[in-house]
Design a protein around this ligand. Structure first.
Ligand SMILES: Nc1ncnc2c1ncn2[C@@H]1O[C@H](COP(=O)(O)OP(=O)(O)OP(=O)(O)O)[C@@H](O)[C@H]1O
Length: 430
């Protein structure tokens, strides 16, 4: 068996991995009994079914080309790991398609599964927990080869070769994981991932938890291996410094979906989406040579079980578009009143005029048609007709709350999903 790894793909114009509308939802309550909820407030049956789900990945699309590194960045809880795990087949997608090398691998047929598993490997964050402490590292590295039917002698030769390729001594073959440092263990993980000559390596936070100098060594090794073996990387991290060093293109993920994708340098120097800008602004020192620069944004990532309507970032967005005629303050009053209608949390015993007076100090800063709608809504509330009230207010909501922004081109190979157009985005004072 040849030990020389050769690039198998020649057609660099076609995506190696093509993901379309991918969704991975986890049920909040599994089983019939858990999903039945008593609902005394309802007009009908005294119970309802709770079919809510955690929409961890919710409509992600992207192409990844041979030899390329696509970085996926976003705060904790945005769905990055679930995306990685779904692409590699560890989670079952709820919807969408995954094509690898032109073949649909969303639902495996057995023959395709073996082929896919040999060509796509994953490297995880915690190098220790993914190595069985009772097994010799040589055996661990050779695991995928055994599954592929290699003989014991060939497996050993290949494991020794791989140890050397990742910068370790070949005769470490018989040692156990605890005899290695964190950085060395990640090298062992890389060796195992590469054992069967995959085309695509999905790395989920591969250097988090390692010392900065060790991080730099592992990243440099990954770059060398990519060049030598023509690997394609899907590289997941929340560390903007790491992503700037590693990725050719970057996708920014927020609550289950990509909000911006662009060539790395362009995305760092001319970000378009307010979330990307906020992430970059939150970094204390965006020097790409400094590892460990982790963005911390004000406020929490919204729950993926009940994500915000419209643009999911609107609840934290510094560039939120207030509808024409409103001021920031008067729109805040409008939004609070609308939220009260939505949750049924207004005093319906008050007269419509009292209700309006209790919620608005700035009616003069509200356009006349919106004021009429507010009075109409207050009358509907007084009639206990909450749906009519909501309907009256809906046309005056900000588009950021009511419309999902599509991904649109904002430059060459650069797309962003934000209602602010490119010009307004440039002009916005961040
Ligand atoms: N098996 C599961 N069942 C239910 N919810 C899950 C499951 N796995 C992940 N989630 C939820 O899905 C959301 C996305 O999680 P995920 O780990 O993919 O995000 P992440 O961006 O990788 O965050 P981190 O960097 O913290 O790992 C979170 O709200 C998480 O709690």
């Amino acid at each position: 068996m040849s030990s020389t790894v050769e690039r198998r793909r020649e057609d660099a114009d076609q995506p190696l991995l093509s993901v379309e509308g991918l969704k991975t939802h986890f049920p909040v309550n599994s089983g019939f009994v858990n999903s039945v909820k008593f609902d005394r407030g309802g007009d009908g049956l005294p119970f309802r079914f709770d079919d809510s789900s955690v929409k961890a990945v919710d409509g992600v699309s992207f192409d990844l080309y041979p030899g390329e590194t696509l970085g996926v960045v976003g705060e904790s809880g945005c769905g990055k790991s679930t995306l990685a795990r779904t692409v590699v087949g560890l989670e079952e997608p709820t919807g969408g398609t995954i094509r690898f090398d032109g073949r649909d691998v969303t639902d495996f047929e057995s023959e395709d599964e073996q082929w896919f598993r040999e060509n796509v490997q994953m490297v995880f964050q915690d190098p220790m927990s993914s190595l069985n402490p009772r097994r010799k590292v040589g055996e661990i590295i050779a695991d995928p080869l055994e599954a592929a039917g290699w003989s014991k002698a060939d497996r050993k030769d290949r494991a020794v070769e791989l140890l050397e390729q990742v910068g370790l001594e070949g005769d470490y073959y018989g040692r156990y994981p605890h005899e290695f440092s964190g950085g060395q263990r990640q090298r062992i993980n890389l060796a195992r991932a590469l054992s069967i000559n995959p085309d695509l390596v999905i790395a989920d936070e591969p250097v988090s938890g390692l010392d900065m100098s060790v991080q730099a060594q592992i990243l440099s090794l990954m770059n060398d291996l990519q060049e030598e073996f023509g690997l394609t990387y899907l590289f997941i991290t929340h560390d903007l410094g790491v992503i700037r060093n590693m990725a050719d293109r970057v996708s920014v993920m927020y609550v289950g979906d990509f909000v911006e994708t662009g060539p790395t340098e362009r995305l760092f120097t001319e970000p378009h989406h307010p979330y990307t800008r906020s992430l970059l602004d939150a970094v204390p020192n965006p020097n790409p040579d400094t590892a460990g620069v982790v963005a911390e944004l004000a406020g929490d990532v919204p729950s993926p079980t009940d994500p915000p309507s419209g643009c999911k970032f609107h609840t934290r967005c510094p560039a939120f578009i207030v509808p024409e005629g409103f001021t920031d303050e008067s729109y805040a009053e409008f939004a609070a009143f609308r939220d009260g209608v939505e949750t049924g949390d207004l005093d319906a015993d008050r007269s419509p005029d009292e209700l309006v007076a209790a919620h608005f100090d700035r009616l003069s800063e509200i356009p006349p048609d919106a004021e009429r709608a507010i009075r109409e809504a207050a009358e509907a509330v007084a009639r206990d007709d909450w749906n009519d009230a909501l309907g009256a207010l809906a046309p005056h909501e900000s588009g950021c709350e009511s419309k999902v922004p599509p991904l649109e081109s904002v430059g060459e190979n650069h797309r962003s999903a934000c209602h602010l157009d490119a010009e307004a985005s440039e002009a916005f004072e961040w």
